[in-house]
Design a binder for this molecule. Structure first.
Ligand code: PLP
Length: 386
């Protein structure tokens, strides 16, 4: 049986994002053993580069074998024991997922909620911390289901004041927006490879602070997951180099190359690029008479949510983008299904060329739906000129 040739899609959805040819080439290198001295050097380099992108000096900084959700599960399963209290911020799908996982682990989940499309309220978080004295506070930095950016400044200090650890989901921000683990006082931060790092899906970078590592040592019982037990995984990634599970060799090659690309560009320059392309995109959307879903001050640079105008068939328009323009964008999840589009400008996908392309493709596709709007390209252009 033959499968049709796969087109190189222009990936402007919520992930995966476009992968650089250098990363794809790295994946096709010969597979060597996971304890080969040459591979151990590669592991060291990956850890060093991950410390750079996380802006941390945490010793325990590694990629988990699995996607972003495995990073989420690793964070929670290592820190929570049955009966522990966890305060979890929920303002979208991924906050819900964290709460679901914590509950499955037997934790008592206290949720602090915000309306979808709004960030969490700091006072509500502090009230919950004061009242519940939880083991941890967990929340999503970049809520990919809504496009909301949660400000992280002061959260570490706040959590530590009540002796709670701070767990942050940076899946859609790491490599695209500032995530300064040490400066913000984050205890466990995890991400995924296929969003702003522009690597294929398959690994979940994660980092544990010394405070979080200490907690691992004071657990009353074994971590429920053997596969995600950081104290075992650490023995492979740390000095001992003892076998735990076979590292996904080709994925580690890919991650190393993707992280090298980040370092070559420079993290600050990469953040600025994401911000600029986001601003140009928004200027274009607004010039077209369309509306962003999230208020200006709470928008992500990596994932833009646009309200779908009345009378437009969401599925049909997205199918048109795919078949006519080879472009993928995302639809809304849960209560936002049919109400918003999710346009990712992540990693290698965050370019001026893509901004111009999606604005024009959207305008033409809306036209096909009977909605006539002016071009957004001049407005976007002005952002680049300024
Ligand atoms: C994509 C995403 C995840 C889950 O990652 P997977 O790679 O799909 O498992 C978790 N949190 C956020 C905020 C995400 O955007």
């Amino acid at each position: 049986m033959t499968t049709p040739a796969l087109p190189a899609r222009i990936l402007l959805g919520p992930g995966p994002s476009p992968v650089d040819a250098r990363v794809l080439r790295a994946m096709s290198r010969p597979v060597i053993g996971h304890l080969d001295p040459l591979f151990l050097d590669i592991m060291d380099e990956v850890q060093e580069l991950l410390r750079y992108v996380f802006q941390t000096s945490n010793r325990l900084t590694i990629p988990i074998s699995g996607t972003g959700s495995a990073g989420m599960e690793a964070a929670l399963v290592n820190l929570l024991e049955p009966g522990d209290t966890a305060v979890i911020g929920i303002h979208g799908v991924f906050g819900e997922r964290m709460a679901d996982m914590a509950e499955r682990l037997g934790a008592r989940v206290v949720s602090v909620r915000a309306e979808w499309g709004r960030p969490l309220d700091l006072e509500a978080i502090e009230d919950a911390l004061r009242r519940e004295r939880p083991r941890l506070l967990a929340l999503v930095h970049a809520e990919t289901s809504t496009g909301v950016h949660q400000d992280l400044k002061n959260l570490g200090r706040l959590a530590h004041r009540y002796d709670a650890l701070l767990v942050v989901d940076a899946v859609t921000s790491l490599g695209g927006m500032p995530v300064r683990v040490d400066e913000y006082g984050i205890d466990v931060c995890y991400s995924g490879t296929q969003k702003c790092l522009s690597c294929p899906p398959g690994l979940a970078p994660i980092t544990f602070s010394e405070r979080a590592v200490e907690r691992l040592g004071t657990r009353r019982r074994k971590i429920q997951s053997w596969y995600l037990d950081m104290s075992l995984i650490e023995k492979y990634w740390g000095a001992e180099r003892s076998y735990h599970h076979t590292a996904p060799i080709s994925m580690i090659y890919a991650l190393r190359e993707a992280l090298r690309l980040v370092r070559e560009e420079g993290l600050e320059a990469r953040w600025r690029r994401h911000e600029l392309n986001h601003r140009a995109f928004v200027a274009g959307i607004e010039a077209m008479g369309l509306e962003m879903f999230v208020a200006r001050e709470h928008r992500l640079w990596s994932l833009n949510t646009v309200c779908i105008p009345e009378g437009v068939d969401d599925q049909r328009l997205r199918k048109r983008l795919l078949t006519h323009y080879n472009i993928e964008i995302g639809g809304g999840l849960g209560p936002l299904k049919g109400r918003i589009w999710r346009v990712g400008l992540m990693g290698a996908g965050s370019t001026r060329e893509n901004v111009m392309l999606i604005l024009e493709a959207l305008r033409e596709s809306l036209h096909a739906e009977g909605i006539h709007c002016p071009s957004g390209r001049e407005a976007a252009e002005r952002v680049y000129q300024a």
